[in-house]
Design a protein around this ligand. Structure first.
Ligand code: BGC
Length: 735
């Protein structure tokens, strides 16, 4: 008898543990039925800077949220952004998401998600505040480095494995910032006014993919407004689109302090309000229970008690929070995670290296340095640590290998690696009390710095300039847009001065967004590198020495100048103040024409196109064909092409497929990315690649019908290795 009871109990436990969808819903319903009104309200808002409440009476733990997309933020004080001073919370810093996007490698995105999720788990976090998939509408956006490029298909393909990887650890990925949060200027005071076609074709697909294909458990509402309603409680965005059309069953979390209105917060689809000390109107400073004053706290309770807010709506929020808890903090299947393991640093190094983009190479790379020779690095970014700074993605990492050290390690015993600063950029070395420990003070004048760099260049066998941006104010930082795409701190002049004396000059630009390169023709090699995290210097050395054959591709266009881009007026960017309107107004008049969609459609030349990147080997595409030259609307076709490594080194190429609609009732871009495959090949080897072109790949969003529309007519399927290098053109007739 006793044995039977034990077996039964074990059986019940096992059933609960395995908990497929239905059981999860039963648990949620059961738990909800046991909760008081006050307990339900309590789980819908913050109780500290990074946690929201559980239900202590029922033994339900709180939810712990953490930044961010690139590593697990250090522990902070209960109510403050400042780090708490723990000594065991220095994480693995992963490359910035633009670096990840530049790999064009779905498997690496999965590895990234899995690894960062393991770190979150180890640190007992339930919701990871990332990844970010806002589109690169302007290169000036201060958070470009935190996002995945300018193309919705690329971002969608890269976000799916990231989300799945994170969530395989029982940690929710909170995809942000939903939506049309494409600038930092007045980010909490600007209405992004965007039409439906542009939303559905450009700004929503990556979020939709994260939800429907990645299965994201959380979404973060953005600070801005869409069409005049704040996005943390934007009814259309959250209720109609996210939860309605896409069937999202997870939680909507507000950005920190992004919730702005009591009634809308209660009614429009927000589930957890986060943020502290953020609303000046609340006058909460110093009060002991200020979380109770938040929109979804006491004001919500009052509304529920006097009938202004519906209890069904509250139950819906609570259900979503509980579902998230059962998936994360109360999931019996979670492991303990791992933190700063050798595997994590190896993953960070691999991703960083695979995303580095070789833009130009006139034989200067891979480096050829005579035995015992001297390599000179010029530029602050060869030395400055970059994981500290930039805003909420700032990290405290266990180690950060700077380029100088990465190259010294690579050339140990073979060549001397020396450094000249060349210019002074940002001398700060701390953020939220996290310090890098570097001393970046400088007493030399600008002229002296250039003179010293030039003199050292004359004595070197090889000169590599390593500069760019640095995550300080206006230089790739949350809260501040860039002011131009021109390199700051007089770097252009310094590069020109070096070019005057160097027979061969290599330029490495470290940034998270595009920079102008007026010296392009005067240098022998150009490398686009990124904020690569803990292993950034080693990853850069891997590519420069040829230990890793570069295979990164630009996730954005590098224009010649800002003026060439699609944003021409103040009403487009950064927005205007209009009579009678409380908030700044910004109009996405360029519609779907952002990034390469703009440049290629208007035939505007660019410095380097979207999708571009060189290798130390060479590739050839041949034998391309379509399964049918003419199809009935609604049917898919298959495009096949053979890629051959025609060079002498193993390497990878990203084969890209774009579509071009020749006859359309609406204006469509000259090309739209609809497929890509990254293929690694040994020298001489070939691989046949096939792409399925589905009807939706050929369609546009018809706003009047609120549906995707495929119009019969002539299309071109373009295949190649960048948005501007598409030698294969396969005509397709849709009947
Ligand atoms: C940022 C979010 C971040 C949050 C918490 C906000 O200011 O916009 O991306 O996750 O702070 O740090």
């Amino acid at each position: 008898m006793k044995r039977t009871v034990i077996i039964c109990l074990v059986g019940i436990l096992a059933a609960v543990c395995c908990m497929p969808g239905n059981d999860l819903e039963k648990k949620v319903a059961d738990t909800l039925s046991r909760m008081t009104l006050e307990e339900k309200v309590a789980i819908t808002h913050a109780q500290s800077k990074f946690s929201s409440a559980g239900v202590p009476r029922l033994g339900i733990p709180e939810l712990w949220h953490t930044d961010g997309p690139h590593g697990i933020r250090p522990e902070v004080l209960w109510d403050e952004w400042s780090q708490a001073g723990w000594t065991n919370d220095s994480c693995t810093a992963y490359p910035c998401l633009e670096n990840l996007a530049a790999t064009w490698d779905r498997e690496l995105s999965s590895l990234y998600g899995k690894s960062i999720g393991e770190e979150a788990r180890y640190r007992k976090k339930d919701i990871l505040l990332g990844p970010g998939v806002n589109m690169g509408r302007t290169p000036l956006n201060g958070r470009t480095f935190e996002y995945m490029g300018e193309d919705p298909y690329l971002a969608a393909q890269m976000v799916i494995p990231y989300v799945k990887g994170v969530q395989s650890n029982g940690v929710a990925a909170c995809v942000k910032h939903f939506a049309v949060n494409n600038q930092e200027v007045r980010r909490t005071r600007t209405s992004s006014n965007v039409d439906d076609r542009t939303m559905y074709e450009i700004y929503l697909p990556a979020f939709k993919a994260a939800v429907q294909e990645g299965g994201a458990w959380a979404i973060m509402g953005s600070y801005n407004l869409w069409n005049d309603q704040f996005n943390c409680h934007n009814e259309r965005l959250l209720k109609d689109i996210l939860k309605g059309e896409w069937g999202f069953d997870g939680v909507v979390v507000s950005d920190w302090g992004g919730c702005r209105d009591d009634d809308e917060a209660a009614a429009n689809g927000l589930d957890i309000e986060m943020g502290t000390w953020t609303d000046p109107n609340l006058e909460i400073e110093g009060s002991s229970n200020h979380y109770n004053l938040y929109h979804l706290a006491n004001p919500y309770l009052e509304r529920l008690r006097d009938g202004r807010a519906s209890e069904e709506e509250l139950n819906e929020k609570a259900r979503r929070v509980l579902r998230t808890m059962y998936r994360t903090s109360m999931s019996p299947e979670r492991h303990f995670g791992s933190f700063t393991s050798p595997e994590h640093f190896a993953a960070a190094r691999k991703i960083a290296a695979e995303g580095i983009v070789l833009l130009k190479n006139e034989g200067a790379l891979p480096l050829q340095v005579p035995e015992g020779g001297r390599i000179l690095l010029v530029g602050e970014n060869a030395y400055k640590m970059m994981t500290v700074g930039g805003g909420s993605s700032s990290l405290k990492t266990k180690h950060e290998i700077i380029p100088l050290d990465g190259l010294r390690e690579a050339f140990e015993g073979k060549a001397e690696v020396v450094w000249e600063r060349g210019y002074v950029g940002d001398t700060s070395t701390d953020y939220n009390l996290v310090v890098t420990g570097q001393d970046l003070s400088e007493s030399r004048s600008r002229e002296q710095l250039i003179a010293d760099a030039v003199a050292a260049a004359r004595e070197a066998d090889c000169v590599i300039f390593i500069g760019g941006l640095n995550k300080s104010k206006h230089q790739d930082k949350e809260g501040y847009d860039r002011l131009d795409i021109v390199l700051p701190y007089g770097q252009d002049a310094l590069i020109e001065a070096l070019a005057d004396v160097c027979p061969q000059l290599i330029v490495v630009n470290i940034s998270g967004s595009p920079v102008a390169m007026p010296w392009n023709d005067r240098v022998n090699a150009i490398v686009q590198s990124w904020y690569g995290g803990s292993e950034s210097g080693r990853a850069l050395a891997d590519v420069l020495t040829g230990a890793v054959n570069p295979s990164g591709k630009l996730p954005f266009t590098v224009p010649f100048a800002m003026a060439d881009g699609p944003l021409k007026t103040e009403r487009q960017y950064p927005g205007i103040k209009e009579e009678g309107k409380t908030w700044w107004q910004e109009y996405y008049d360029e519609g779907v024409f952002i990034g390469y969609r703009w440049y290629s459609s208007k035939c505007i030349p660019v410095q380097y196109p979207f999708g571009y990147g060189l290798s130390y080997t060479s590739f050839d595409l041949s034998g391309a064909k379509l399964s049918a030259a003419s199809v009935k609307a609604g049917k898919a076709v298959t495009a096949t092409v053979t890629l051959t490594n025609t060079g002498a080194l193993p390497g990878a190429e990203v084969v890209q497929l774009y579509v071009n609609d020749m006859e359309s009732s609406v204006e469509r871009p000259a090309r739209e990315l609809k497929g890509f495959e990254k293929v690694f090949l040994e020298p001489g080897a070939s691989r046949k690649i096939s792409f399925t072109v589905k009807p939706e790949d050929l369609s546009f969003f018809d706003a009047d019908a609120h549906a995707w529309k495929l119009e019969p007519g002539e299309f071109h399927i373009l295949i190649g290795t960048s948005s501007e290098d598409l030698p294969i053109d396969l005509p397709l007739k849709v009947r």
